[in-house]
Ligand binder design. Structure first.
Ligand SMILES: [Zn+2]
Length: 356
């Protein structure tokens, strides 16, 4: 009896009528993922027209299933960016490599591949049990989505390499391209610049074309931004977001020993080194680190301002003064490097220790 009284008085004393017990807040990433799913439910979606290009012989019911998933994934973004353009979507399966090569030759606009960036190497990842995708741009900078949907994939499944998740990821890229000005004059030669960045030796004089130009914002954007952004708007819709996120964190090498300086260097890396013009990103920064950094960007600033940021990137850009840098300052009210140090890097370190 004595002990019951004691407990009663402790409860009364401790809390003074204020609620004395509450759930700890969910981790940042869980809140953010919940918010992303909420946008999908609540945002007005005007929809986006899709122009389908289908490999001969694909079963119509499978084409229909793919088209439905892309209609849903693209309508999510149509509510944020009101672009009038029609999305070109090419669908094939793992046996269509020959057809794909035949429609990407020099004589086949708009998919023609002048710089051999999207050649058979990309198709080499195609399998009957998975879905892969990419977004290319034509000679006018107009993006188009291409996907290989394995002949054996289950459309209901929503794990890694599943059709619904690839549809969300690639659809996000399509809107990123248009928002950041891929169809403007400054981006017409970005494939050429990419080609030079990938293929030339450092001493090759043609690098001048690359290092002196880089007017297209894509070329000097930070490595963590575009893939991580696409991942952030994809993984929350999977069957097990926690597992896919855990897998991404697992992919980061030596995370126990990474210092703040190491991470600052990683976040400051851009698609092309601003001095040498050469490609400067890694898988690790693009996807796993990119996902986490975009989670924190969303948490700090929210979906709408991030969309404003994408649109603000479409400005004159150069290696010395990349447009995303100015856009970051104007949209979020701080220098990107200050945000890295104050917010993104502490979050990364917490996430590596399972506290994110
Ligand atoms: Zn991607």
């Amino acid at each position: 009896m004595k002990s019951i009284l004691l407990i009663t008085s402790l409860l009364t004393n401790c809390c003074n009528g204020v609620q004395y017990w509450s759930e700890p807040p969910p981790p940042i990433w869980e809140q953010v993922y919940e918010d992303v799913r909420e946008i999908a439910d609540e945002r007005h979606r005007p929809g986006q027209n899709i122009d389908l290009r289908v490999a001969p012989g694909l079963p119509p019911e499978r084409v229909e299933a793919v088209a439905t998933l892309y209609a849903d994934a693209t309508s999510f973004w149509s509510g944020a960016f009101d672009f009038p353009q029609t999305i070109s979507l090419t669908v094939m399966d793992e046996s269509d490599r020959g057809w794909w090569e035949s429609i990407t030759t020099q004589e086949s606009p708009p998919l023609r591949d002048d710089y051999n960036l999207y050649d058979a190497r990309w198709f080499g990842d195609a399998r009957s049990n998975k879905s892969i995708g990419m977004v290319g741009t034509d000679h006018l900078g107009m993006p188009h989505i291409v996907t290989v949907v394995g002949s054996g994939v289950d459309f209901e499944h929503s794990g890694a390499f599943s059709v619904p998740l690839v549809a969300r990821h690639e659809s996000t890229h399509w809107f990123q391209y248009l928002a950041s000005g891929s169809m403007t004059e400054k981006c017409v030669d970005w494939k050429m610049a990419l080609f030079l960045g990938y293929h030339l030796e450092p001493e090759d004089p043609r690098n001048d074309l690359n290092t002196n130009g880089m007017a297209c914002p894509w070329l000097s954007m930070p490595c963590w931004f575009s893939e991580g952004h696409a991942e952030l708007y994809t993984i929350p819709f999977s069957l097990h977001p926690d597992r896919l996120r855990g897998l991404r964190i697992w992919q980061i090498n030596n995370k126990d020993t990474l210092t703040e300086d190491d991470l600052l260097r990683s976040l400051s890396r851009t698609r092309h080194n601003l001095t040498t013009g050469r490609h400067d990103c890694t898988y690790e920064i693009y996807y796993p680190i990119g996902l986490l950094v975009n989670e924190k960007l969303f948490y700090d600033f929210g979906d709408e301002r991030i969309n404003e940021f994408w649109l603000a990137i479409d400005q004159p850009s150069s290696a010395a003064d990349p447009s995303w840098h100015r856009a970051f300052r104007n949209t979020f009210g701080m220098e990107s490097e200050d945000w890295y140090v104050q917010s993104a890097i502490p979050y990364l370190l917490d996430s590596f220790e399972g506290r994110g």
